[in-house]
Design a protein. Structure first.
Length: 212
């Protein structure tokens, strides 16, 4: 199993990576502003599941292929970026309907759909892909055996920290949304900001280099 010193070092490095807002955090904040607390937390769960798929991929050796292949990495990155831009455009166009949704006049977005959208962002996050492919293996004690198990355990630690940090971001943004909801105009504005944030995030991911 993973030694205590390696576990603590990995936890510290993971926290430093997670606490700095990246694609997943910005997406959670955008969802919180556009749809509220429940959507934000569901998105966090989806992001976490997506990130853990990356952990499993790295543990099984697939992550190394993604990291070393410019073509595979670029394709994955562009698909994720395009999906974010699509969601951002959709959120921006529907910003005027946020007030009715907030007051319960429109049916809420399905939890499974929100979960899937969060999963798609989590599994296509370039920052997480590079971290798991390049950094995670360095904290594995290959002499102790059970390399795959060690990677899976470290991945669980990363995701536990991510859930805590991302949830704080999401809840804070959802709380701010409650204040905006007192005015249809302000709520429409924040919905537009959430959409533009996702569009900008998609463009940023598309422009991210393979070595970033």
């Amino acid at each position: 199993m993973v030694s205590t010193d390696r576990l603590l070092a990995f936890s510290a490095m993971s926290f430093l990576l997670i606490v700095i807002p990246g694609p997943s955090v910005l997406f959670v904040v955008g969802r919180a502003l556009a749809q509220g607390r429940r959507a934000a937390l569901t998105t966090v769960v989806g992001n976490t599941l997506g990130a853990y798929v990356l952990v499993v991929a790295v543990a099984l050796g697939v992550g190394a292929i993604v990291e070393r292949s410019v073509l595979v990495f670029t394709m994955l990155k562009l698909v994720g970026a395009a999906y974010l831009v699509y969601l951002g455009v959709k959120a921006y166009r529907q910003r005027g309907a946020l007030h009715d949704s907030f007051n319960g006049d429109n049916p809420p977005r399905g939890g499974m759909r929100t979960l899937w959208e969060g999963f798609a962002v989590g599994v296509a996050n370039p920052k997480t892909i590079v971290f798991f492919a390049a950094v995670l293996p360095q904290f594995v004690d290959r002499g102790a055996g059970n390399v795959v198990v060690q990677m899976l355990v470290l991945g669980l630690v990363f995701n536990a920290i991510a859930v805590a940090c991302d949830s704080v971001w999401g809840l804070a943004a959802a709380t701010a949304r409650t204040w905006f909801a007192r005015s249809p105009r302000r709520l429409s504005l924040v919905g537009g900001v959430g959409g533009v944030t996702m569009i900008g995030l998609g463009v940023t991911i598309a422009a991210t280099g393979h070595g970033d």
